[in-house]
Design a protein around this ligand. Structure first.
Ligand SMILES: NC(=O)c1ccc[n+]([C@@H]2O[C@H](COP(=O)([O-])OP(=O)(O)OC[C@H]3O[C@@H](n4cnc5c(N)ncnc54)[C@H](OP(=O)(O)O)[C@@H]3O)[C@@H](O)[C@H]2O)c1
Length: 286
């Protein structure tokens, strides 16, 4: 196989993309990091970056022209109802031969959900039809969703959340990035769909305790009713997203509660725990 010499990362300032850029740069790969507001401070020294709004994919064309592989972040494509086909066509025309897409477990477990299933499926379908080598990443809930609690932990040492005793195997975005990096620069991942979870089920109550342990101070857990949680989530999420999210948190399917072997299969080590993530990110909660 020819040496991949340039990897374009979209969503490079996000939870997954930021780790991915660092992993690729540390491995000596040439990376171009992109997002709408990216600046020098967002990337390791020496990493090229471009401000690109994927709702106008023409601006991505010159970046893709010198690229061999593309990490396609779904936020930018789905949130703006952009046809991912435009980006994939530009990538193929630029000579990109390999695409790794950040999708969601919901494509398989919530196929009828507009937010979690249908949009994700249309991105995945476009990637499968692209004619490039593709790898699809389907993570479950991220450890980093706990950032939503950071302000109430900082100011009141309290978290209010629903379904306190229902466990899900949330995943470290750094592990998603690790798997993405492998699929971008190693052979053997073409045509694979990886389901990415953490190493164990943890409940919201246990995650809050882990944040307290990382801080060295107790954090109080207050269980919200479903209606209280819905009212709060509706302040920053569209209604269909809220309903599907509440269903996953409150009535997860067996597939959503299953610990997947895929992170360990690809990375050769167990996925990172929530407690480990909380220790590494304790500063956000101080
Ligand atoms: N959180 C979960 O539990 C979960 C579970 C399963 C799947 N997922 C998937 O993972 C994604 C979230 O990943 P994440 O946490 O890494 O995301 P994130 O932290 O929210 O980052 C989003 C990235 O996309 C960039 N972006 C947004 N709109 C853009 C646009 N129009 N053009 C170019 N760049 C744009 C943002 O940078 P700028 O603002 O600078 O543009 C940022 O770099 C979601 O789309 C979701 O489908 C999440």
């Amino acid at each position: 196989m020819r040496e991949l010499f340039m990897i374009v990362v979209t969503g490079a300032t996000g939870n997954v993309g930021r780790s991915l850029v660092r992993i690729l740069a540390d491995a000596g790969r040439r990376v171009t990091a992109t997002s709408r507001r990216i600046s020098d401070a967002d990337v390791p020294r020496g990493v090229r970056h471009h401000r690109v709004d994927l709702t106008t994919p023409e601006v991505l064309r010159p970046v893709l022209d010198s690229a061999d592989a593309l990490f396609l972040h779904d936020t930018a494509t789905s949130a703006h109802l952009l046809r991912p086909q435009d980006i994939l066509d530009a990538a193929k025309a630029g000579g990109v031969g390999r695409v790794v897409v950040l999708s969601s477990q919901g494509v398989a477990t919530r196929p009828a959900s507009a937010s979690h299933g249908i949009v994700g499926r249309s991105i995945e379908d476009a990637v499968r039809r692209s004619g490039m080598d593709w790898t699809i990443l389907r993570p479950g809930g991220f450890h980093s969703n706990a950032y939503a609690w950071s302000e109430s932990v900082r100011t009141r040492r309290t978290v209010a959340a629903p379904f306190g005793d229902i466990g899900l195997p949330t995943v470290d975005p750094a592990d998603i990035a690790g798997v993405a990096a492998a699929a971008l620069h190693e052979d053997g991942h073409a045509g694979q769909v990886y389901e990415l979870t953490g190493p164990a089920l943890t409940t919201p109550r246990q995650r809050v305790r882990a944040i307290g342990d990382a801080l060295g101070e107790p954090v109080r857990f207050v269980e919200q009713t479903r209606d209280e949680a819905r009212a709060e989530m509706l302040r920053f999420m569209p209604e269909p997203v809220v309903e599907t999210t509440l269903a996953i948190l409150g009535e997860p399917t067996p597939a959503e509660r299953r610990v997947s072997p895929d992170v360990e299969r690809v990375l050769g080590r167990a996925p990172g725990s929530f407690a480990d993530w909380a220790r590494r990110h304790a500063a956000a909660f101080r």
